[in-house]
Design a binder for this molecule. Structure first.
Ligand code: NAD
Ligand code: UGA
Length: 459
């Protein structure tokens, strides 16, 4: 069967860009992205493309070319399910914050709601595609819900995890290293493969069983995060030995067996997925009593928490053991450059620690709103909303953030930070003027020449 109508449940960082790219490359397929969040859908439909809910380089151009032609955004979930032959589930799967598995397991309540919604509405056969990242064997639960709908509708379940990274989502979708499709039914697998084949070379479309596909996604994220924690652990040794972590990363990365990517030491990885997916993997291992496996992967998270904490500890220690009443300027709040996403950003945890030490924080981020910054801090529940408001000011110009600052903390590797007039910034700061470069973004010798006390990671 050739697919003519697709529904994607979840208009988020994955659903939006992924469907936009599928729509662009398959003009003969109508795609409706649906969401329970009416504000989000309204933003996707905004005629002002700068108001799209997600910032990703290249996204607005593709939305402009496809929206209301073969790409639609709607809150009418039932109609979209009803008329589609293929339904992607691309809703969030956060770490559970309650009950069994709290703080570890993935919360699958949104996935289950989608499955129940599909079971209730579907009158014709459907291919249901897991796009969300899910624990291995989730397809079993989805199938059980769908097969007990009381109707004789036939459901095929596919696992098709997404590997895009934020900030490069469109590039990653247009030129993926691979597309992974796990399933049982050849017909369902080939229906989905043919959609990707309109722009992805055939040898990059992998077919596996459902469980390998589900587990490969968690494994890929665990391996990527593990590389960062590994190099970050070495960065701490570097700081005690005068070795330079950039030099070490280059030296080991030139070994083709190791490879050069994902070896950038930093203040710690953030983002909505690495931590959540590793915790999920740890939980799965524990649920099979594989305690050594669980401990092995948990260490990646322990190391990452340590890296964030030691960044703020070092800042406080260097500022003569107190930041009370001192202005600390944070450059960057998003978890990486070229995204407005702040989920699990290291900046949140560093700011929270500094606020507990009574610092006054000024934040500038080119894409993150002050409301989002306050929401992120309030979510931690460390202090009242009023106290967070008092402790943190968010400014629209980086130079405002830096006036009279005792120290600058670079939290995100936004390119524009490199282009600032650092000599002028130096004159505006309290002396000694400290920079704590959590991304090794600036040129150390240049900063020292200007007069800064410059601290970076692993150098
Ligand atoms: P997101 O929070 O940005 O978007 C999820 C959307 O689903 C939200 O808008 C929410 O309102 C909607 N939703 C939740 N329940 C719903 C329901 N029952 N009906 C309709 N809409 C519903 O999440 P995301 O970042 O797009 O991630 C989605 C999934 O993709 C997660 O499993 C994540 O692990 C995975 N993933 C994310 C990325 C990434 O870079 N963000 C990359 C690869 C995989
Ligand atoms: C990551 C994976 O790279 C994607 O393949 C995956 O699809 C996605 O998670 C997901 O499942 O959500 P993402 O979190 O968007 O993508 O961004 P990354 O580029 O992986 O960066 C994650 C964090 O690690 C960022 O905070 C980044 O600054 C940090 N990082 C990355 C480092 O500190 N050092 C590095 O060398 C690379």
């Amino acid at each position: 069967m050739s697919i003519k109508n697709i529904c994607c449940i979840g208009a988020g960082y994955v659903g939006g860009p992924t469907m936009a790219v599928i729509a662009k490359n398959n003009p003969h397929i109508n795609i409706t992205i649906v969401d329970i969040n009416a504000d989000r859908i309204a933003a996707w439909n905004d005629s002002d493309l700068s108001k799209l809910p997600i910032f990703e380089p290249g996204l607005s151009e593709i939305v402009k070319a496809t929206r209301n032609k073969n790409l639609f955004f709607s809150t009418d979930i039932n109609t979209a399910i009803d008329k589609s032959e293929m339904i992607f589930i691309s809703v969030n799967t956060p770490t559970k914050t309650y009950g069994k598995g709290k703080g570890m397991a993935a919360d699958l309540k949104y996935i289950e709601l989608c499955a129940r919604n599909i079971a209730e509405i579907a009158k014709t056969d459907k291919i249901v595609v897991e796009k969300s990242t899910l624990p291995v064997r989730t397809a079993e639960a989805i199938k059980s819900i769908l097969d007990n709908s009381g109707s004789d509708v036939k459901f095929d379940i596919l696992s098709n995890p997404e590997f895009l990274a934020e900030g490069t989502a469109i590039e990653d979708l247009l030129n993926p290293d691979r597309v992974l499709i796990g399933g049982e039914s050849d017909y369902a697998i080939e229906s989905l493969a043919s959609i990707y084949a309109s722009w992805v070379p055939e040898d990059k479309i992998l077919r596996t069983n459902v469980w390998s596909s589900e587990l490969s996604k968690l494994t890929a994220n665990a391996f990527l995060a593990q590389r960062i924690s590994s190099i970050n652990s070495i960065s701490e040794i570097c700081e005690h030995t005068e070795a330079n972590v950039n030099e070490v990363a280059k030296a080991i990365g030139m070994d083709s067996r190791i490879g050069s990517k994902f070896l950038k030491a930093s203040v710690g990885f953030g983002g909505s997925c690495f931590q959540k997916d590793i915790l999920n993997l740890v939980y799965i291992a524990k649920s099979y009593n594989l305690n050594e496996v669980a401990d092995y992967w948990e260490q990646v998270i322990i190391m990452n928490d340590h890296q964030k904490r030691r960044f703020s500890d070092r800042l406080i220690k260097t500022l003569y053991n107190t930041v009370s009443g001192k202005k600390i300027s944070m450059l960057g709040w998003s978890f990486k450059k070229d995204t407005n996403d702040t989920r699990e950003s290291a900046a949140i945890y560093v700011a929270d620690h500094l606020l507990s030490e009574q610092a006054k924080i000024s934040v500038y981020d080119p894409k993150v709103s002050s409301r989002k910054i306050q929401t992120d801090l309030n979510y931690l529940g460390t202090r009242t909303e009023e106290e967070n408001k008092e402790g943190v000011e968010c400014v629209d110009s980086p130079y405002d953030a830096l006036v009279d600052a005792h120290a600058i903390a670079i939290m995100t590797e936004w390119d524009e930070f490199k282009t600032y007039d650092w000599e002028t910034i130096y004159t505006k700061m309290k002396k000694p003027a400290f920079i704590f470069d959590g991304r090794n973004l600036l040129d150390k010798s240049e900063m020292i020449k200007i007069g800064f006390e410059y601290y970076s990671i692993g150098q």
